[in-house]
Design a protein around this ligand. Structure first.
Ligand code: GLU
Length: 445
């Protein structure tokens, strides 16, 4: 395999998909050497097959707002790779959603899911629908319209969607309700469901908790004490909330959270139940802003239009959206003496920022390893649904912890580069090898 040739081919076949190209390039660069040790992979065109989704659904989603006005959004489901299990991955509702975004997310999901050690293939879906400012009834109608088109291609052993940006328990509930009505069966065809109808305990917290379990592993491996460290988090959604909760529980002090409007610096720490709960209040307001935090807690300062990466902290956790941390931010973090950067959002750092972290041998781990706790817990929800039972908090947490430890071990095993642990390489090689082996075993399909 020659990365340059493959990338040129990809750009020619699928022009105008920069996020997808970015995600593919990162993986190919990491796996190039290992791949080329396997001539049988080359013969079976594993790379050419793995970068092309199994199939993509694109559809119109018409819906009526509260004033009787009809709107049309585009819906997608990318069933990226089903080599190791049913397609699995979230649904994103955000105005930035397009095919490039969902292909990059589906591609990342394939390797992330492989890392979880659970039998799940990779998929992703969503729409350019913006939930911002929409009423509950509008959200419900949109979710129903979305699933009405997609339901035939979903199922507990076929394709199992979940939440992502703009899709939480409420949206999953509405989508699952319509799915169940049409399919006439009550199965685990969605995860992230409400607890009263098959949802797993800890699923809302799992991405953030899992990320901190991974960070704990990174710290332990590099003789760093997590306790007492200051942390900057971007975002204030479900993932950021879980990360802040667990970081606080582990004795770290989160001093920054952010939204599209700017960031909050809270010197005292976002560390009381009231403050952490306030992140949920902000999220549920549907306005997508963090500024009101500084009115509610006057010791905190709001920095309009700025990113939290300018704060002097020990740990940086991007938890918002792709490419939210760029080269300038990476340089700023280094200058400020940051100890550890863990990407919690999917591809939260630009390619240039990742290269900078690696070139400078900084302690950095990629989203597909760090945030895998979310989908891992979804996998545990599928297991519980299939068994028709539900586990306790302790049981789920034990699994989650174990899985995050395993992912960390895989990253170290495959990412050793002298005395530097290259987590990007480790995660990509470990995830890729598992999928490639499954594809080889199943023949050319
Ligand atoms: N959207 C989440 C992710 O990026 C979770 C997916 C899932 O639970 O299926 O991994």
């Amino acid at each position: 395999m020659n990365v340059k040739d493959i990338m040129a081919q990809l750009a020619e076949r699928h022009p105008g998909e920069p996020e997808f190209h970015q995600a593919v390039k990162e993986v190919l660069v990491s796996i190039e050497d290992v791949y080329n040790e396997h001539p049988e992979y080359e013969k079976a065109a594993i790379v050419e097959r793995i970068i092309e989704p199994d199939r993509i659904f694109t559809f119109r989603v018409p819906w009526v707002d509260d004033n009787g006005q009809t709107h049309v959004n585009i819906g997608y489901r990318v069933q990226f790779n089903g080599a190791i299990g049913p397609y699995k991955g979230g649904i994103r509702f955000h105005p930035s959603v397009n095919l490039s975004t969902l292909k990059f997310l589906g591609f990342e999901q394939t390797f992330k899911n492989a890392l979880t050690t659970l039998p799940m293939g990779g998929g992703k879906g969503g729409s350019d629908f913006s939930p911002r400012g929409r009423s509950d009834q509008e959200i419900m109608r949109f979710c129903q319209a979305f699933v009405t088109e997609l339901w035939r291609d979903l199922g507990p052993d076929t394709d199992v969607p979940a939440g992502d940006i703009g899709v939480g328990a409420r949206e999953v509930g509405y989508m699952y309700g319509m799915y169940k009505k049409l399919a006439r069966e009550h199965t685990g065809a969605f995860t992230g469901k409400g607890r009263s109808f098959g949802g797993s305990r800890l699923r809302p917290e799992a991405t953030g908790f899992g990320a901190l379990y991974f960070v704990e592993n990174m710290c332990a491996t590099h003789n760093i004490e997590l306790k007492g460290k200051t942390v900057a988090v971007s975002g204030f959604g479900n993932v950021a909330w879980g990360a802040v909760t667990k970081a606080t529980e582990l004795g770290a002090k989160v001093v920054a959270i952010s939204g599209p409007d700017g960031y909050i610096y809270d010197e005292d720490g976002v560390n009381t139940p009231e403050k952490i709960e306030y992140m949920t209040v902000l999220r549920n307001s549907g306005n997508d802003v963090v500024a009101p935090y500084a009115e509610k807690f006057p010791n905190a300062k709001f920095f309009a239009g700025k990113k939290p990466w300018e704060c002097k902290v020990d740990i940086a956790l991007p938890c918002a959206i792709q490419n939210e941390l760029n080269l300038e931010d990476a340089k700023q973090l280094k200058e400020n003496g940051v100890t550890l950067v863990a990407e919690v959002s999917n591809m939260g750092c630009t390619a240039e920022a990742v290269d900078f972290f690696l070139e400078n041998k900084m302690l950095f781990a990629p989203g597909k390893a760090v945030n895998a706790g979310g989908v891992a817990c979804s996998g545990l929800e599928m297991t519980q649904n299939a068994m028709h039972l539900s586990w306790t908090n302790e049981e789920v947490d034990k699994w989650l912890h174990q899985i995050m430890n395993d992912i960390h071990t895989q990253c170290i095993d495959h990412g050793k580069d002298g005395d530097y642990n290259n987590y990007v390489k480790g995660a990509n090689i470990a995830g890729f090898m598992k999928v490639a082996e499954a594809m080889m075993a199943q023949g050319v399909v």
